[in-house]
Design a binder for this molecule. Structure first.
Ligand code: ADP
Length: 564
């Protein structure tokens, strides 16, 4: 039962209402109550007081229990409604209860009211519980119906699936049979494949053997090729037909100072002289295009920054069917060769010039002599002398050239004999002294005897004196000194001329070397000292020079002393 129920009392008579409350309290009921007398008050209290039960007088001046009950019936059907009246009879009360009123209590028998209130409230509780239970039941039933439907659906689905499964199983059976058949075929094919596989692996082994043999042969040949590339004195490389470089020999790295990465990145651009770059690339392309190989020249940069001329040769390596497999390139340093070429060209120009002068003079003398042949006169003599001089000059030049070519071929022959050195020197000086311009003073050991070719020694002394006259014209005195040194005789020829720059001294005895080749001040082929050195060499002697700028030059040579 509800503890402390709220009781709304609809009563216009206050003393009746008080009495009612007293009676209820007396009966031991604990409650809260509110008293209303009008319809408005009743409706307000229903909303604000929210009573658990209504006790209503039957008739009020402006309202009545039946109207009040209708309000309760329509808006709050769960609130029990008890009529408390002294005026309605038992019959009316029964009618009202039939109509839905919860109970009736007579104002004269108020002692029974609390029991009726309790019952009514209990009934209401039971009803409420029943409603809740009913609603729960309803929900459960609905849930059950839904679950049932679901089950039905699932069942249908299952049945459908079962039917499908039966069909599937039939299909499976057929497929199984087919699979069996296919399996049998597969087994048969597998057998075949196995035997083919065996044949294949056999073949494979043979092929692998062949490939291994071929590869090692190729590697061997490539190694040989690379070794060969490393042994040749040139820079060498290989590249593909599309121009991609594959291999550079060590000489490339040594010469350019570039490592592999630098080489691959921009080796050619660094190594080729900027002025030759465009032309060289064009040549590379042209040679590749023709497919026949070719050569051209370019300046290659050395690691120290110096450029040297190189001859580039590019050749294709062709396969059996003539297709190009590889390009091989070499770069030969031709700097020296080009210098020699230049020297040779210079020499030919100088030699022709040197020969032309005496020949022109000889020709002029001969022409004059020819005119005089009908009328010989004293004038002919100087012409003949001049012609002889010119001829001598030509002779000397030709003799020099011959000597050089003999020396080159190692055929400079000598006929040694014993003679007193000072005597031969004095004889050859005689001829020069006769000119009367220079003084040649010979000093030293005048007795020393040498074992040598007197004609050749004469040639050397004349050459050295002529050089002194030619290159030291202001030095009117030429000194000759003979001495013994380390078991050899040494001859000095000294002048007090301009001297020779020290850095040029070591080249003086080289072929075609002239200290000042550009100036035309002094004629000469640059062969005299070279021939002297060659003659001394075959005598097993030595030749040398000492010179100081502004002070003079002293040439010396040694000869073996005659050992009696
Ligand atoms: P050529 O006289 O034909 O040029 P040589 O071989 O005799 O050739 O001499 C080589 C060079 O040595 C000469 O060109 C000259 O410059 C230099 N030379 C030789 N003798 C003397 C000297 N006494 N004083 C200075 N320079 C000399």
């Amino acid at each position: 039962m509800i503890a402390d129920p709220k009781i709304l009392i609809l009563e216009d008579n206050q003393s009746d209402a008080d009495l009612l409350r007293r009676e209820l309290k007396k009966s031991g009921l604990i409650f809260t109550s509110e008293i209303v007398q009008t319809r408005v008050g009743f409706e307000d209290a229903l909303q604000s007081f929210k009573p658990d039960i209504v006790l209503s007088d039957y008739s009020l001046p402006s309202f009545d229990a039946v109207s009040a009950f209708r309000i309760i019936q329509s808006k709050y059907p769960q609130i029990p409604f008890i009529i408390v009246s002294g005026v309605i009879g038992e019959e009316n009360a029964v009618e009202l209860i039939k109509d839905g009123v919860t109970d009736y209590a007579s104002k004269n028998k108020l002692f029974s009211l609390s029991t009726k209130i309790n019952r009514a409230l209990n009934d209401t509780e039971v009803r409420k519980e029943k409603i809740t239970t009913d609603e729960k039941l309803k929900l459960q039933t609905a849930e059950l119906i839904r679950a049932n439907k679901e089950l039905v659906l699932q069942n249908e689905e299952k049945e459908k699936r079962a039917a499908d499964l039966i069909i599937l199983s039939g299909n499976l059976q057929t497929q199984k049979e087919e699979l069996h058949r296919a399996n049998d075929q597969l087994i048969m094919q597998e057998e075949k494949v196995k035997s083919i596989n065996q044949e294949l692996s056999q073949l494979n082994l043979e092929l692998e053997d062949r490939v291994a043999n071929r590869t090692s042969a190729l590697m061997e040949s490539e190694n040989r090729f690379r070794n060969m590339m490393e042994t040749i004195p040139q820079i060498a490389w290989t590249n593909t037909d599309t121009g991609e470089f594959i291999f550079y020999n060590q000489r490339w790295h040594d010469y350019t100072g570039l490592n592999l990465i630098q080489t691959k990145a921009s080796g050619l651009k660094i190594a080729i002289h900027p002025d030759d770059l465009k032309k060289s690339f064009a040549q590379f392309r042209l040679i590749r295009k023709t497919g026949d190989g070719g050569e051209f020249q370019l300046r290659g940069k050395r690691a120290d920054g110096l450029y040297r001329w190189h001859l580039i040769r590019i050749m294709p390596i062709k396969g059996e069917k003539g297709q190009i497999q590889l390009w091989v390139g070499t770069a030969t340093d031709i700097e020296e060769l080009r210098l020699l070429q230049q020297q040779k060209d210079d020499f030919i120009s100088i030699a022709s010039h040197e020969l032309k002068t005496p020949i022109t003079s000889l020709k002029a003398s001969l022409q004059l002599l020819n005119r005089m042949k009908e009328d010989p006169s004293a004038k002919m003599l100087p012409l003949i002398v001049q012609a002889n001089k010119s001829l001598d000059k030509v002779n000397v030049l030709v003799e020099d050239l011959l000597n050089v070519s003999r020396a080159n071929e190692g055929q400079l022959k000598i006929s040694p004999q014993n003679f007193v050195l000072s005597k031969v020197i004095a004889e050859c000086c005689q001829h020069i002294r006769n000119e009367g311009i220079y003084t040649i003073k010979t000093e030293g050991d005048m007795t020393v005897e040498v074992y040598a070719d007197a004609v050749r020694i004469d040639q050397i002394v004349i050459n050295l004196i002529n050089n002194a006259i030619k290159y030291a014209p202001q030095s009117k005195e030429i000194g000759i000194n003979i001495e013994r040194i380390n078991g050899m005789a040494r001859v000095w020829v000294c002048d007090k001329g301009p001297g020779i720059p020290p850095e040029k001294l070591r080249f003086l005895f080289d072929r075609y070397y002239r200290v000042d080749n550009s100036g035309s001040q002094y004629t000469g082929l640059g062969l005299g000292l070279y021939i002297c050195a060659e003659i001394i060499k075959v005598h097993n002697g030595e030749i040398g020079v000492e010179s100081e700028l502004g002070k003079g030059t002293s040439f010396w040579f040694t000869l073996p002393i005659n050992v009696v």
